[in-house]
Design a protein around this ligand. Structure first.
Ligand SMILES: [Zn+2]
Length: 87
């Protein structure tokens, strides 16, 4: 007999370590259908580490950190301006 017990997913199999883990072991990702990342936290961390070790990953990391710095600079500038203009 094949009955669908529940439509609410509480566990999912990580495609990397192939372990059935609770969704709390997965970081949230609103762009995903189930709202969670495909890989469990330890695997996601490993994947990121591996990706950063590659040339393309190093480049992406550099671009991302540069963008982050630029964004922070703009934000800090805005904060400073806001604090100086307020009476
Ligand atoms: Zn995993």
């Amino acid at each position: 007999m094949t009955t669908r017990t529940s439509t609410i997913l509480t566990h999912t199999v990580c495609p990397r370590c192939r372990e059935d883990k609770p969704l709390t072991e997965f970081s949230t990702n609103p762009s995903k259908k189930n709202g969670h990342a495909s890989y469990c936290r330890p695997c996601a961390r490993e994947r990121l580490r591996e990706y950063r070790a590659t040339d393309i990953g190093k480049l992406a990391n550099r671009v991302a950190s540069r963008e982050y710095a630029a964004r922070n600079r703009a934000r800090n500038l805005a904060l400073r301006e806001a604090s100086t203009t307020t009476p």
